[in-house]
Design a protein around this ligand. Structure first.
Ligand code: NAP
Length: 247
């Protein structure tokens, strides 16, 4: 893992005009004030009607080119990129920074039951990968080139703060939770995100995999309301949401 240096920031961001660079990336420069030093960003690109993929998992592409480059730039600014098993199954992603001049983070896949196979690209090629699974699932210590990291699991899956603590223990403190909707929602519902970048594309799909899968509130007043700033991102709009983290 390459350290996040001022040179990396400069190399990644120098071509952006200051009016884009400062408000959007400034908050990401902030050092964590938490004892464990972690900083966690969630990320979703959704259609106008709130979907991140077609019902069959097709998601390339919902947002435009500028937003895809933005995602690669974010990857380069973090130590670890976290995705759920559903994303690896549907997309077979590489999760690298190939569109920008920056380091690739460690890839972290949450696959509690180890349903994914060694053929997936995150396990077969590219930068380091960790596969997080439930501790009671038997299996080898590696899947392809990826290290298997067993963690305690309960009725609600693996506690996201346990995942964060394990990554921090390995020196991975800047954590980018890139999808899909279930994984980002678990971090959001637990109060484990510092910020959330949601891109809304001017696209209506009518059906698909929802961006968020949050526990329902009983009445409107119980819903969590955030403040956000909106940033043009090519033909899309990026909403930068500051969150209050619970732990
Ligand atoms: N537009 C976007 O921004 C974007 C980004 C990424 C992906 N996608 C698309 O989104 C779709 C997948 O999204 P998704 O919401 O269905 O799935 P997902 O978030 O990729 O994966 C969800 C699965 O990951 C595992 N998981 C995640 N967190 C866990 C935890 N804390 N404890 C235990 N297990 C955990 C569970 O696996 P098990 O099911 O095995 O229990 C869970 O069902 C794909 O079609 C992909 O193309 C879109």
């Amino acid at each position: 893992m390459d350290p996040l240096t001022p040179e990396t920031w400069d190399r990644l961001l120098r071509r952006l005009p200051a009016h884009e660079r400062v408000p959007l990336f400034g908050p990401l420069l902030a050092c964590s004030t938490r004892a464990d030093g972690t900083f966690i960003l969630g990320r979703i690109a959704q259609s106008l009607d709130g979907f991140i993929a077609m019902p069959n998992g097709e998601s390339h592409w919902i947002s435009g080119e500028a937003d895809i480059v933005h995602t690669h730039r974010l990857r380069a600014l973090f130590d670890a990129i976290v995705v759920g098993a559903g994303t690896v199954l549907a997309d077979d992603p590489q999760l690298t920074t190939r569109l920008v001049p920056g380091p690739s983070p460690v890839r972290v896949v949450i696959d509690p039951t180890r349903r994914l196979e060694p053929r997936h690209r995150v396990f077969a090629e590219g930068p380091e990968t960790l596969l997080i699974c439930a501790a009671d699932i038997p299996g080898q210590r590696h899947v392809g080139r990826a290290e298997v990291v067993p963690l305690p699991s309960g009725p609600d899956g693996i506690d996201v703060f346990t995942i964060v603590a394990e990554l921090a223990r390995r020196g991975l403190r800047r954590i980018f939770v890139e999808g899909g909707g279930v994984t980002v929602s678990r971090f959001l519902a637990a109060g484990a995100l510092d910020r959330l970048h949601v891109t809304v594309a001017p696209l209506v799909m009518g059906h698909g995999i929802p961006a968020f899968a949050m526990p329902p509130v009983r009445k409107l007043a119980d819903g969590r309301r955030f403040s956000w700033t909106a940033h043009p991102m090519g033909s899309d709009i990026l909403l930068d949401i500051a969150l209050v983290r619970f732990a």
